[in-house]
Design a binder for this molecule. Structure first.
Ligand SMILES: Nc1ncnc2c1ncn2[C@@H]1O[C@H](COP(=O)(O)OP(=O)(O)OP(=O)(O)O)[C@@H](O)[C@H]1O
Length: 237
């Protein structure tokens, strides 16, 4: 997969919140930073793209071919760090990993030992998911999100709970994670984000703006991403 085009995607979550993506073009090999204030709709957009929410309408094109957003073939190409923690209660890391392998019908997946090593988790594979700390869970889910070699990876607040070494490890690896796939990362930590993203997608009150290359933002805004973010916020309020 080389390109994803999203047109007129919308979801009415409630009387007061509607998600609207009029036109968004995404390219494999790029990292997109999804930014916007609390409640802007970042998680909702990601949920619509990974099948956790069914959009009310919209067109999705992969390499110029139209596909259903909820199509299982498309969803099998998506990886995320979303999880319903309650549903994993009592399961070990190995159980969760085995489910992942089974669900995606994988044969040549990296071993769980390698996965844990890659995300810097020195824990036993028999450890129960729910007794891990927030940052440990985050590391494990980051590893799992790309284990099935997806074409689209959606990482919601991946820095959440990570210690400074975890953040460094993420930033160090994120470029190689984006090779050959579209990577969308949401975060409020703009200073870290601007060190590794290629383009920015700003969202406010459910409205998604066209993406803007980071190099343009660096040229146009003295304080970089924070300035751009503040300007878009002012414009939409
Ligand atoms: N199940 C739901 N039913 C109705 N409204 C919802 C539901 N889930 C979320 N919302 C609302 O949708 C809006 C967008 O929420 P969302 O979680 O997508 O925002 P966000 O940009 O990810 O926020 P944050 O930065 O705080 O994580 C919010 O106003 C929220 O209250």
């Amino acid at each position: 997969m080389q390109t994803i085009k999203i047109s007129n995607l919308y979801k009415n979550l409630s009387d007061s919140f509607h998600l609207n993506v009029s036109d968004l073009d995404l390219e494999a090999g790029k990292i997109y930073g999804l930014v916007g204030p609390n409640g802007a709709g970042k998680t909702t957009l990601m949920k619509c793209l990974c099948g956790l929410l069914r959009p009310d309408g919209g067109i999705l094109e992969i390499d110029s071919k139209q596909v259903e957003v909820a199509d299982s073939k498309f969803l099998s190409q998506v990886g995320t760090n979303f999880v319903n923690s309650d549903s994993l209660k009592g399961f070990s890391l190995e159980d969760i990993y085995n489910d992942h392998v089974f669900y995606y019908g994988l044969k040549n997946l990296i071993t769980i030992e390698k996965l844990l090593d890659e995300v810097g988790l020195s824990v036993n594979k028999n450890m129960k998911f729910n007794i891990m700390s927030l940052g440990m869970k985050q590391r494990f889910l980051l590893g799992l999100s790309t284990a099935h070699n997806p074409s689209l990876v959606l990482l919601d607040e991946p820095f959440n709970g990570l210690d400074p070494d975890g953040v460094d490890l993420f930033i160090e690896n994120v470029k190689s994670l984006s090779k050959g796939r579209v990577l969308i990362v949401s975060s409020h930590v703009l200073r870290d984000m601007e060190t590794f993203i290629d383009d920015v997608i700003f969202i406010e009150k459910g409205n998604v703006l066209k993406s803007k290359p980071m190099f343009e933002i660096r040229n146009e805004y003295k304080e970089g991403l924070k300035d751009y973010y503040d300007e878009q916020k002012r414009k939409t309020n």
